[in-house]
Design a protein around this ligand. Structure first.
Ligand code: MBD
Ligand code: FE
Length: 303
């Protein structure tokens, strides 16, 4: 194995191990506690249907022992590289999000993905995200207002934002960007308004040196995601909105490997006249927290 390959393999393993560690501790803090003591009927129904989907693929396509063994080795590689969060969020999370979205009000959301990090720097609006002195890319402003479904401005709302740099790398998961780069939790003003100064992100390819990327390419599928900003918009008493924003003209819109782009989530940034800076305005509407979730957050820390 060449040293270049060593480097790329260790990058995939480093990113995967970190994402796995976060998932194990429960990124679903955001979505409430993981289900314990599941109903046996539910397990039989859902797990049974999933297994039958795989068995029918075997029957319908006459899968051989060679292919079955390759599948086993691939699954082991997904574990060894820590790519379960990546694989699951790329190929399955969007279906779960669609199920959830069907009963939700407020702004359109989409998937969380594997690269959110807790505990990033908190900034008051107007805010500039942490970045290097020579941070590459087009300077970009994202501004807007957070309101409730009844139109009330949500003072004290926060916009947790993270995205790749102009080369497509996430801080905390790739070697190049320093810790915390292009990540922050921005506190809105008294009218729920925010203004965030950052750099326009680049389209992103999932790691090609790990099993998720290799399976994707083996099938002849595109490993690309359109450029995107990730957002968690939160306010007390309201359901946290998990979303992403994309950019008009992006060649990968409509061909997102993670199937997470939606027409409602496309920005069309316009020049501000300040150098090559661009700006987009986007408001967010949050629905009241459901009874269950409200009960959960009011009892957090009591046991
Ligand atoms: C990403 O950057 C991402 O947002 C998702 C959902 C999956 C893989 C990489
Ligand atoms: Fe992403």
């Amino acid at each position: 194995m060449t040293s270049t390959q060593d480097q790329s393999v260790s990058d995939a393993v480093t990113a995967g191990a970190h994402a796995t560690e976060i998932a194990r501790s429960g990124a679903s803090n955001l979505r409430g506690p993981a289900a314990g003591g599941a109903d046996p009927q539910r397990v039989a129904t859902v797990v049974g249907a999933a297994l039958e989907g795989i068995r029918s693929a075997i029957r319908d396509h006459q899968v051989t022992y060679e292919e079955f063994d390759a599948f086993k080795q691939w699954l082991i590689a997904v574990s060894d590289t820590g790519e379960w969060p990546l694989f699951l969020d790329v190929y399955l999370e969007f279906e779960v999000e669609k199920v959830a979205a069907a009963t939700q009000q407020g702004s359109v959301g989409t998937i969380l993905g594997p690269f959110w990090l807790d505990g990033q720097v908190r900034l008051d609006s107007p805010a500039t995200l942490p970045m290097r002195d020579d941070e590459p890319g087009t300077p970009m402003i994202l501004a807007g207002q957070v309101t409730a479904t009844d139109g009330t401005p949500l003072a004290g709302a926060t916009v947790d934002i993270w995205h790749t740099d102009a080369d497509g790398w996430y801080s905390g998961f790739a070697a190049a960007p320093p810790a915390g780069n292009l990540r922050g939790v921005v506190r809105c003003d008294d009218e729920g308004r925010f203004e965030i100064h950052t750099r326009k992100p680049a389209p992103y390819t999932i790691p090609l040196d790990g099993p998720t990327g290799q399976m994707t390419q083996a099938a002849g599928w595109s490993p690309w995601r359109p450029a995107h900003l990730h957002l968690l918009v939160a306010a007390p008493g309201h359901r946290t909105l998990t979303s992403q924003l994309f950019f008009t003209g992006d060649p990968y819109l409509g061909h997102d490997v993670a199937s997470a782009d939606k027409p409602e989530l496309t920005l069309d940034p316009q020049p501000t006249g300040n150098g090559d800076e661009v700006r987009s305005d986007r408001d967010f509407v949050l629905e009241p927290e459901s009874g269950d979730a409200a009960e959960r957050s009011s009892t957090i820390g009591r046991d």
